[in-house]
Design a protein around this ligand. Structure first.
Ligand code: PLP
Length: 404
């Protein structure tokens, strides 16, 4: 008989996945995948950190470990270490027990649990997200019935921060509105506010009673220093106000498919934090009941052991250095080739991405003629490049921008 689902329409594939599928099907040995937001080695290979391998060995050989369910909120030690990583070991908010941390299913799961908690328990239903931002951001909030609005973030002319636009848009946000901020390594622009600019943003957010929700997906990958990359979050937490933080270990420990992250909510008082955590459990329980063990055990092992922690930070620094070197190489090569245009913004941008300024037509041309795959907004994922492949990309960019 006819399917019970015969009226279900075909949904379009999210754009990034479509681009990646096209890339997979391209047999050309020259093809370059600059679309996907994951770290790759100089050889273009996925990278498992040595410290992760070591942690996994420890876990496998520890016969006291079992596979019982975790609590709804995950591994307690993971949660404690996670809040210290982003807020700082000496954070007064942690010492005053004003912080609730729950292990979630990576950054996305943390954002979704946070969004659902806000939809149920917070009076203001508007959430402001940067324009542009990570393409999944609107989904977390709209799926729980929050009203998604945008604030200006990127100045097309300077390829830098549109601070004026940002401040104007947040000034006109209704009191209490939720503001999504990317803690560092802004996706897709590679543009972060300076610490002075963060301070201006903080003052506005606090004086207008807005609620900051940080997405921290790249801690350590911007400066190579975990504390320096947490400055934006710590600035907001230091004023005693409330904040939400979605923390991801996908990129900075390379645990993408293990889905490890935490939702951290800094509250005004210890009593509020207890109440909030009790409600987070009610959000999580009907969603997936409790989180997975393996990835969070890896993170816990690394964070709690000084020697493994040091190995992690040194591997993190090397990843960051490779990203910076590739940026430099790309900009230098464009300059040496005399490719028209000012490409210096690529050097000013930070983290894993650069919004190159290449337009859709140019990218389509580069895909067709040079087998280069990237998202249509012009975002280049620096990690997809290597010293060997920069010349090919430069050829393609040069041809695209000098084409009649
Ligand atoms: N937030 C931002 C800004 C991202 O760029 C990404 C992934 O690209 C995520 C969250 C999702 O992270 P996760 O894989 O940990 O869910």
């Amino acid at each position: 008989g006819e399917s019970a689902f015969s009226d279900v329409p075909l949904a379009p594939e999210p754009l990034v996945y479509a681009v990646m599928a096209a890339c997979r099907q391209d047999p050309s040995p020259l093809k370059l995948n600059l679309g996907i937001g994951v770290y790759r080695t100089e050889e273009g290979k996925p990278f498992v950190l040595n410290v992760v391998r070591r942690a996994e060995e420890l876990l496998v050989n520890d016969l006291s470990r079992d596979k019982e369910y975790l609590p709804i909120t995950g591994i307690p030690e993971f949660n404690e270490l996670s809040s210290k990583l982003i807020l700082g070991v000496e954070s007064p908010a942690i010492k005053e027990n004003r912080v609730t941390t729950v292990q979630c299913v990576a950054g996305c799961g943390s954002l979704r649990v946070g969004a659902e908690f806000l939809a149920k328990h917070y009076h203001q239903k508007s959430v402001y997200i940067p324009e542009p931002t990570y393409s999944n951001h609107p989904n977390f909030f709209s799926s729980v019935g929050l009203v998604v609005k945008t604030y200006r973030y990127y100045d097309l002319a300077t390829h830098g921060l549109d601070l004026q636009g940002l401040l104007e848009d947040l000034s006109s946000a209704p009191a209490g509105s939720i503001v999504l901020l990317q803690a560092c390594g802004h996706n897709p622009t590679g543009v972060d506010p300076t610490i002075q600019e963060w301070e201006q943003i903080r003052q506005l957010i606090r004086s207008n009673g807005l609620l900051p929700f940080f997405d921290s997906a790249y801690q350590g990958l911007v400066s190579g220093n975990l504390d320096a990359d947490a400055q934006s979050v710590r600035l907001f937490v230091a004023d005693g106000g409330e904040s939400l933080i979605a923390q991801s270990y996908s990129k900075n420990i390379g645990l993408y498919g293990e889905r490890v992250g935490a939702l951290i909510i800094v509250c005004k008082t210890a009593e509020v934090a207890i109440n909030v955590e009790s409600q987070l459990k009610l959000v999580i329980r009907p969603m997936y009941s409790n989180p997975p063990i393996h990835g969070a055990s890896i993170v816990t092992a690394i964070l709690k052991d000084r020697e493994m922690y040091n190995e992690w930070t040194s591997e993190l620094k090397k990843m960051k250095e490779r990203l910076v070197n590739i940026r430099q190489k790309l900009v230098n090569s464009l300059h040496d080739k005399g490719t028209p245009g000012d490409w210096s913004h690529i050097m000013r941008q930070v983290g894993m991405y650069s919004l190159s300024g290449l337009n859709q037509d140019q990218i389509a041309f580069m895909t067709k003629e040079y087998h280069i795959y990237m998202s249509s907004d012009g975002r280049i994922s620096m990690a997809g490049l290597s010293s060997k492949t920069v010349p090919h990309l430069v050829e393609a960019i040069h041809a695209a921008v000098t084409r009649a």
